[in-house]
Design a protein around this ligand. Structure first.
Ligand SMILES: [Fe+2]
Length: 202
C-alpha cells in the first residue's frame, strides 16, 4: 500500500453537463465576456495584474448580468458530500457558496493566490479546450520542494514519472490534467495559478 503523510487533498470528478442548466449559465457568461474581455476588479491595482474576465469584486457592475447558478447547487452539494465521505469526515454538515466565475483565453493569466474564509476551494471547468489551454498550476507549499530536485535529491526526478500525481510531492509546481466538466476540490491554502486555463468557476 502507498499512502501519503501530510498530503494535500485533491478530489477530482467530471460533472455530467446534462445534470444542470449548463447552456444558460454559459450563455450569460459568454455574453458578459463579449461585452468586455478585460474585467478585473480583483487584482487590477497589483504590480502584476491578471489578464482575465473575472466577476469577483465587480458583482454590482450593472453592465454585466449575473449568471443563475441555482441549478448547480445540488450538483455541487452531492460532490462535496462524496469528497467529505472519502476524507472520513464524521460530520457532513457544511456551507458553500458559488462566489465567482472567470473567463480565460490562451492569452490570459491569473496571478497566484490562495483563498481565505473557507476550508476548501473548488474549481469547475465549464468549458475547457485542452488543445490550446493549460491546466491549473498548483504550487507545492512544502518547504523542501524548493531544494529537493535541484539540490537534495537530484537523482529522484531521473527515475520517477514526473506526470504522476503520486510524485507531485517532489516538485515545486504540478499541473493537474484537465478536461472540460472537471470539478476539483482542494484545500484553500495551497497557492495555485490559472495558466491560460480557459473557463473556470470557483
Ligand atoms: Fe481563486
Amino acid at each position: 500500500m502507498i499512502d501519503q503523510i501530510f498530503g494535500i487533498p485533491l478530489y477530482k470528478s467530471n460533472i455530467d453537463p446534462n445534470s444542470y442548466d449548463k447552456e444558460s449559465i454559459l450563455n450569460t457568461i459568454l455574453s458578459n465576456y463579449e461585452k468586455s474581455n478585460d474585467r478585473n476588479n480583483w487584482d487590477n491595482e497589483s504590480y502584476i495584474k491578471s489578464k482575465i474576465h473575472h466577476s469577483l469584486c465587480d458583482e454590482q457592475n450593472q453592465n454585466f448580468e449575473k449568471p443563475d447558478f441555482s441549478s448547480l447547487r445540488s450538483v455541487y452539494e452531492s460532490e462535496i458530500k462524496k469528497c467529505l465521505k472519502m476524507m472520513n469526515y464524521h460530520n457532513l454538515v457544511f456551507k458553500f457558496e458559488i462566489v465567482n466565475y472567470t473567463v480565460m483565453t490562451k492569452d490570459s493569466q491569473m496571478s497566484n493566490h490562495i483563498h481565505t474564509d473557507c476550508d476548501f476551494t473548488t474549481v469547475h471547468y465549464l468549458r475547457f479546450d485542452n488543445e490550446s489551454l493549460d491546466s491549473t498550476l498548483f504550487h507545492n507549499s512544502n518547504d523542501y520542494a524548493k531544494y529537493l530536485i535541484s539540490t537534495l535529491s537530484p537523482s529522484l526526478s531521473k527515475v520517477s514519472d514526473n506526470k504522476s500525481i503520486q510524485n507531485s510531492w517532489m516538485y515545486q509546481t504540478f499541473k493537474i490534467p484537465t478536461q472540460e466538466n472537471d470539478f476539483l476540490i482542494s484545500d484553500s491554502y495551497t497557492d495555485f495559478r490559472e495558466l491560460k486555463s480557459g473557463f473556470s468557476k470557483i
